[in-house]
Design a protein around this ligand. Structure first.
Ligand SMILES: *[C@@H]1O[C@H](CO)[C@@H](O)[C@H](O)[C@H]1NC(C)=O
Ligand SMILES: *[C@@H]1O[C@H](CO)[C@@H](O)[C@H](O)[C@H]1NC(C)=O
Ligand SMILES: *[C@@H]1O[C@H](CO)[C@@H](O)[C@H](O)[C@H]1NC(C)=O
Ligand SMILES: *[C@@H]1O[C@H](CO)[C@@H](O)[C@H](O)[C@H]1NC(C)=O
Ligand SMILES: *[C@@H]1O[C@H](CO)[C@@H](O)[C@H](O)[C@H]1NC(C)=O
Length: 653
């Protein structure tokens, strides 16, 4: 037979080889099919050049082509097929991850919509209620005011009417009497009339109006209408992490103890720059063994953000920048933290994280046995609890700490979005606030306090409010919503009022437990009544509020009216100096215990701010300590944030 073109041939073959349909189809797809399948005389050879199997008939045509055994070719093709299959199958987990991620985001979006809808409904119901109340008050005021005036005028009218009646009657009677002939018989009556007329002539009558008719309503509604017109804003951006970028020197390196800065530019899915702020960004600087999160993200409100942070010790760190929980382009970044250039470090020998200058406790100096070297004790650590993780008893960037009078230790586990509760002995008891979108869902709990009523008060930095839970962990209420910008620490004063340290607003708020604002003080700055970065607060017996000012490296004591009573501390590593103070607590004697974040130590001061001692933490050093509290059994508990655990120390009062 002649050799028509291959297309024609293959069509021909298919028409004639129904029996072999499946086999031939498979082979055909991979060109293993001899184009002369009709002859069914397979040569067991494969032409590599033409990528086809050969039969006896076509061998001569491929005489000069390289050939391999058909078996071998089949195997090769099989393995290639397998490889391709594998490669494509390998995409499945990725796609399924993406699918679940996007579904989760959609789910969250739906939840968010539902919750905001609820918020809008309840806010407006609230406003309606308030309007109704005001309406009733005004109507009542109108009734009362009208009533008072009406009574006066009505009484005047009654008086005049009676007077009018009396005069008319008497005059008529007198006229009638006068019309009759005068006689002795009428003399008595006339006498009487005369007396009456005498009286009536001088009777005082209220002829001047005793009230006026003014009853006006002034309703300044223009401002209100304008406010209502602009009431409420739906805040969002279309920024996505995969398109958003970070830039700045702080992305790669920084110097120990010096602020570094990174600029983040948010973009939408097609790379267009976002022009509005309020995107949810988080930044974390960490080493493989722990994390130090303490910088500030500034929202320039134009789609760019600045992350300013300070790292307390040298080393190789990672810097993770997340937008809506997703890493932005290039994140996590490698960050090299070095010491100050040698020429300026003559005074500074060691890295501040390790420094334990004069780490001697005043109480030890008075001759307690612990100074004896032949009986070497450990440091003041009694025990520590926790490792990095998401489970019960594990932490991710724990921050605030509180202790209850009932023997509980409460930890604000900020990245795990929950509060965990332990016994004074460190036994895990419970936790609440974990993921879900219940009304009490915590976003970033940073501060925790226990109210004398047993309620648990939690500062939620990202939700920008303070949540109140029952001691069983049931959500009760929130306070400060719409007022707070970034609450970090909370405390309770002697009157049971809630002290909130708004880190972002640089303001201390005092609320009633009901949410009523009682007072606030402070603004951003380095002045006496200002803060450069307030973190935590404690309250002493005099009901004075002790606030740590992270960026001013000082501790400030205020009255509840906001008058500065005392300020102590400066930047440095010496006794009584700070490198960014965080947690603070007061003991029964009024001594002040302060976590010194950047120096990774705990200092003790007397009530007047004089340095007393350190808690000996040298055996198992702290790494970026945050919240701090005194337990009901007299120990100091501190959130060792960078080590993702909390530590309980002996404390001599
Ligand atoms: C009527 O008004 C006059 C003067 O205002 C007052 O002296 C008098 O007592 C009034 N009479 C009555 C019945 O109220
Ligand atoms: C956004 O605002 C910051 C601070 O005001 C400014 O430095 C920056 O240039 C602005 N960026 C853009 C893109 O407008
Ligand atoms: C950081 O990494 C560099 C190179 O990987 C290494 O030479 C250096 O010793 C590391 N520094 C620290 C403090 O671990
Ligand atoms: C702190 O504890 C360590 C033991 O871990 C001890 O060697 C050191 O002397 C203690 N420092 C003071 C000042 O007591
Ligand atoms: C802290 O504030 C004081 C004023 O209260 C100011 O003089 C000082 O420079 C500030 N310190 C730092 C490190 O900003």
């Amino acid at each position: 037979t002649s050799h028509p073109d291959s297309f024609h041939t293959s069509t021909h073959c298919f028409e004639r080889a129904n029996r072999l349909y499946y086999f031939s189809f498979a082979l055909f797809v991979f060109n293993l099919f001899c184009l002369h399948i009709t002859c069914l005389q397979v040569a067991d050879l494969y032409c590599s050049a033409c990528e086809c199997a050969l039969c006896e008939d076509c061998l001569p045509a491929h005489e000069d082509h390289p050939k391999v055994a058909l078996i071998q070719a089949l195997e090769q093709h099989r393995s290639r097929l397998q490889e391709r299959l594998g490669a494509v199958q390998n995409r499945l987990p990725q796609i399924s991850d993406a699918l679940s991620l996007v579904s989760e985001i959609l789910q969250q979006l739906n939840n968010q919509r539902a919750s905001i809808e609820e918020d809008i409904q309840s806010s407006f119901e609230d406003l309606h209620k308030q309007l109704d109340v005001r309406k009733s008050v005004l109507l009542m005021e109108l009734e009362v005011t009208y009533g008072l005036k009406q009574k006066v005028l009505q009484a005047q009218i009654d008086n005049l009417t009676r007077g009018d009646g009396d005069i008319t009657t008497t005059c008529t009677q007198t006229e009638e009497a006068l019309a009759e002939e005068a006689s002795v018989a009428t003399l008595e009556v006339e006498h009487e009339l005369e007396e009456r007329l005498k009286e009536l002539a001088i009777l005082r009558m209220p002829c001047q109006p005793e009230e006026n008719d003014q009853l006006d309503l002034v309703m300044e509604t223009d401002g209100l209408r304008k406010s209502i017109h602009n009431l409420g804003t739906i805040v969002t951006t279309s920024a996505v992490a995969s398109q958003s970028e970070a830039m700045g020197t702080g992305l790669e390196q920084c110097i120990v103890g010096h602020p570094a800065s990174v600029t983040i530019v948010t973009r939408d899915k097609s790379g267009g720059a976002c022009k509005t702020g309020n995107a949810i960004l988080s930044a974390e600087v960490f080493t493989p063994d722990g994390s130090i999160v303490d910088g500030e993200i500034l929202d320039h409100k134009n789609g760019t953000y600045e992350f300013i942070y300070t790292v307390p010790k040298e080393g190789n760190f990672s810097l993770a920048l997340r937008l809506y929980d997703q890493h932005i382009k290039g994140s996590p970044f490698k960050l090299t933290v070095s010491k100050v250039s040698p020429s300026t470090t003559t005074r500074r020998g060691k890295s501040p994280g390790q420094k334990k200058k004069g780490s001697k406790r005043a109480s030890s100096a008075l001759g307690t046995p612990r100074r004896k070297t032949q009986n070497p004790i450990e440091d003041d650590l009694i025990f520590k609890i926790g490792t990095k993780g998401r489970n019960k008893g594990e932490f991710t960037n724990l921050q605030g700490v509180a202790a209850s009078s009932s023997g509980r230790i409460l930890i604000a586990d900020s990245n795990n979005q929950c509060v965990q509760i332990f016994s004074n002995e460190g036994e895990f008891k419970s936790r609440f606030g974990v993921r879900g979108r219940s009304p009490g869902q915590l976003q970033r709990p940073t501060g925790v306090a226990v109210h004398p009523s047993g309620d648990i008060i939690i500062a939620d930095y990202d939700n920008k409010w303070v949540s109140i839970f029952t001691c069983e962990g049931k959500f009760k209420a929130k306070l400060g919503s719409g007022r707070l910008m970034g609450p970090k620490g909370v405390s309770v004063d002697q009157n049971g009022h809630v002290i909130v340290v708004d880190n972002k607003a640089c303001t201390v708020f005092i609320f009633q437990l009901t949410g009523k604002l009682i007072a606030k003080f402070g603004s951003r700055g380095n002045g006496d009544k200002q803060f450069a970065g307030p973190h935590f607060a404690a309250v002493n017996k005099n009901n004075e509020i002790i606030v740590t000012d992270f960026h001013n490296h000082s501790v400030k004591v205020f009255t509840t009216e906001g008058e500065l009573v005392l300020k102590f501390g400066s930047n440095g590593e010496g006794n009584g100096q700070f490198n960014a103070p965080t947690g603070v607590a007061v003991d029964v004697n009024g001594n002040i215990i302060v976590a010194d974040w950047g120096n990774s130590r705990i200092q003790v001061f007397d009530g007047s701010g004089s340095f007393l001692s350190y808690i000996n933490t040298s055996a198992d050093p702290l790494y970026g300590p945050q919240g701090l509290a005194l337990t009901s059994d007299g120990h100091v508990v501190v959130a060792d944030s960078g080590n993702h655990c909390f530590k309980v120390y002996r404390y001599l009062q």
